[in-house]
Design a protein around this ligand. Sequence first.
Ligand code: ADP
Ligand code: MG
Ligand code: MG
Length: 248
Amino acid sequence: MSTLEIRDLHVAVEDKEILRGVNLTVKSGETHAIMGPNGSGKSTLAYAIAGHPKYTITGGQVLLDGVDLLELSVDERARAGLFLAMQYPVEVPGVSVSNFLRSAVTSVRGEAPKLREFAKDLKNGMDALAIDAAFAQRNLNEGFSGGEKKRHEILQLELLKPKIAVLDETDSGLDVDALRVVSEGINRFRASGETGVLLITHYTRILRYVKPDFVHVFAAGKIVEEGGPELADKLESEGYEQYTKASA
Ligand code: ADP
Ligand code: MG
Ligand code: MG
């Protein structure tokens, strides 16, 4: 049982305050959707939790099982059990998907997985996500299609088994078939009940496949409304205008 606790988090980018006091608690087995208009600070929350150097914490705390993540390096955060799937993953020429995943697993576990065991886990994960075997030998993120990037994120989840997974716009750029495969992957993964999922999305589409337990609406760097899955339905019909007006 793990708990991520975000307490009164304030974050600035280049001296501009973006997050203005975010409070959120995510426990293993729970799926929280963070929704909101473009520019409301959803990705900023993800980057700040992950420790991206551009995002300055100006106040508040982020605790994972009582450990202050903000005191840890990016690697240490991953080792503590945090996983972040980036909206715009970087290309790494010369590093294959397979090598990248094996070093990621090594880094998180603190020891290298046995080659044979890793190869088996990798194959199972790729099969489950309908990823072609040749994918493992490709250069990391180089020329990946939207669907390949997202499948690769879910593959990382399955191999790394984090305590808390932050998925930023996992649904963007996916056609319906890819969305279904990725959603099934998330559902398979969260069925273990051992991971808390923070699903960040502008659109309600993925929430038809991955039912959140809680929905939080972001506007202008704050959570302005919270509820259950029915809140996503309301947003689908009414949009975000009510919130952007209120916070403008
Ligand atoms: P969302 O993910 O909800 O669309 P973001 O967190 O990406 O919102 O952006 C929130 C605000 O912070 C925007 O006004 C954006 O311009 C600004 N911002 C975010 N990241 C950066 C950055 N790296 N450099 C400059 N401004 C940024
Ligand atoms: Mg954005
Ligand atoms: Mg974003």
